[in-house]
Design a protein around this ligand. Structure first.
Ligand SMILES: [Zn+2]
Length: 182
């Protein structure tokens, strides 16, 4: 599972709307290799909690979210100083994801991005989302998420729509060493 280089701003692939993956292609070797390589890439990324396919140069509707996002929720997103040491986190795979609901209630929090190093933006995101997607085994899922995990989903979904924190941030702030990036 080789790591792939993370594409950085201003690469045009980050500003393109990504293409859906035909469900019958999910098991195909190139898609499975992409998922495996993205898992290796995210595992090696310092402070990465999510990674979207356009961030490795592939404009398809696929992203990963690390189980670390759940751990951050259990602990509280603001107490990032107490971030767990890097572990071999499970990575959830979201293929052709679609929000079916987003709460009107939003919350602002500083957010970073592996493709926009050295910048953290204060981004308003819905507190709760309901999402439908396919996993890497071709299984369909639908469920609700809240808090930090919901934030990461919205950040990664933005990548599939060619949007970056630069397009969303109300304010840009100096990053601290422990902000979680996607
Ligand atoms: Zn990002």
């Amino acid at each position: 599972m080789p790591k792939r280089p993370i594409v950085r701003e201003p690469d045009p692939v980050l500003h393109k709307s990504a293409t859906p993956i035909p469900v019958e292609d999910i098991g195909a070797p190139d898609i499975q290799a992409l998922i495996a390589d993205m898992k290796a890439t995210l595992a090696a990324a310092e402070d990465g909690v999510g990674l979207a396919a356009p961030q490795v140069g592939q404009s398809v509707r696929l992203f990963l979210v690390s189980a670390e996002a759940e751990a951050i929720d259990r602990r509280g997103a603001e107490s990032s100083d107490e971030r767990d040491a890097k572990r071999d986190w499970h990575h959830y795979v979201f293929i052709n994801p679609r929000f079916t609901k987003r709460s009107r209630q939003k919350r602002e929090l500083a957010e970073g991005c592996l493709s926009v190093p050295g910048m953290v933006g204060v981004v308003p995101r819905s507190e709760k989302v309901f999402i439908e997607w396919w996993d890497e085994y071709g299984q369909r899922h639908a469920r609700g998420y809240s808090k930090f995990f919901a934030r990461v989903l919205q950040h990664e979904m933005d990548h599939l729509d060619g949007m970056l924190i630069l397009d969303r941030a109300r304010d840009l702030v100096r990053p601290s060493a422990h902000d979680a990036h996607g």
